[in-house]
Design a protein around this ligand. Sequence first.
Ligand SMILES: CCCCCCCCCCCCCC(=O)SCCNC(=O)CCNC(=O)[C@H](O)C(C)(C)COP(=O)(O)OP(=O)(O)OC[C@H]1O[C@@H](n2cnc3c(N)ncnc32)[C@H](O)[C@@H]1OP(=O)(O)O
Length: 453
Amino acid sequence: MGDDKNEKPKSVEELLKLLSTADNDSATQQRSTEDYKFWKTQPVPKLEEKIDSEGPIDSSKTPDDIPDKPLPLLPEFEWVTVDINNSEELEDVYQLLYNHYVEDSDATFRFKYSHEFFKWSLKPPGWLKEWHVGVRVKATGKLVAFIAAVPTHLKLNSSGKNIPSVEINFLCIHKKLRGKRLAPVLIKEINRRVNKRDIWQALYTGGVVLPSPVSTCRYTHRPINWSKLYDVGFSHLPANQTKASMLAYYSLPPNTKTEGLRPMTLKDLDATFDLFVKFQSRYTLVPDYSKDEFAHWTLGSVDGAKSNVIRTFVVEDAATGKITDFFSYYLLPFTVLDNPHHDELGIAYLFYYASESGFDTGSKEKLDQYKLRLKSLINDALITAKADDVDVFNCLTSQDNPLFIEECKFGAGDGYLNYYLFNYKTLPIPGGIDSKTKEVTHSQGSGIGVVLF
Ligand SMILES: CCCCCCCCCCCCCC(=O)SCCNC(=O)CCNC(=O)[C@H](O)C(C)(C)COP(=O)(O)OP(=O)(O)OC[C@H]1O[C@@H](n2cnc3c(N)ncnc32)[C@H](O)[C@@H]1OP(=O)(O)O
């Protein structure tokens, strides 16, 4: 965690880094597109390319041009469509990801995806079963690889283009099958299935540097339960501090401060959606959600049942009844292995938010007012997250996050997240960090207005 240079982040940070940066080292950085055996064959911009115009890279195909059958696998494996409505099949995905997705080198922490988390992230409105693609061992039925697409529309506010797309996520191969070029086969298969539905663009993120990121954001972390983070080895005690001083520094008031703050309900949907749509125009790359999609992503379900994965709060003006602000975050804990005191770490990730105070930030005075409002809202998010047993609150340098990161005591981590568009060229989008030093640019936000898991 970067709030103190003396802290030496260990396993949790390492885990996030694996998810977010993987081989973000200088050796990888120096690869040219020609070194990417698979990616150099795909419709993505080259690393060396200077982009001067925006638009699809290959727009020559129709669904009829796309093969009806997947590429062949080795005879002992078979393609499957995973039915996540079937609890046994969902459990297969859970087990594959739990055991093989991302792990720190000590195997101390693992992402604790839940069935509910998968249902939320893999079943937004318009989801298709055939886009949950697996590879099973024919003899045993064991699921050994997975990749998923969910439908979305992306909007590039730079050009006003609306792009029917998918988000690709949860690419995972069993550890024993790594390095065997199965990933390109999975990517081609999900591409085939998506193309068959006449969709030709995709958004995906990753730590790996591939041809070619449209933006790069950095992870930042805000300790909430510092002593627990210290106990499990996430936070370290800086030489010039005491445990008491660290606890005092990260302590939070018991109650939220914003007047009219309360959990969002279905009856807030119309007003919150309008606020969101208007607010999102400040970023370059945003999801163009329908109201149904927005309801799914902010409420989890529209049947009134409390979600265990997504929290959304609105601010209602007492005098006018108007929704003036909202924020949301999702919960994705870590399992802590082999620790005598703790078996779980509560983790929240900032998701979407909006504030009327962001509509006019033209003057310094207005910008300062907006920054103050953001600080106050995010502090309240930390307080509500604490009540949900969250131990650390993470956010990227996407959206306007750099405007409150320092003020709200988030520390810059080692993890970077690259954003990619498949089959679409666009000018580079600022990711809230300096392109050379990679430090958070506190004076301005980023152009990335979309959040993936
Ligand atoms: C229009 C619709 C389009 C749809 C498709 C849009 C594109 C979607 C793209 C996918 C977005 C996924 C978003 C997420 O889910 S990001 C999460 C990725 N998953 C993990 O990190 C989990 C743990 N790791 C694994 O399970 C494996 O290591 C994976 C599966 C990642 C690679 O397996 P393995 O280690 O056994 O490798 P290989 O021998 O089979 O294959 C090597 C080739 O694969 C390229 N590689 C490695 N990692 C990634 C990566 N994260 N994105 C894209 N490509 C990647 C690599 O550069 C090399 O190509 P090239 O260097 O030779 O060229």
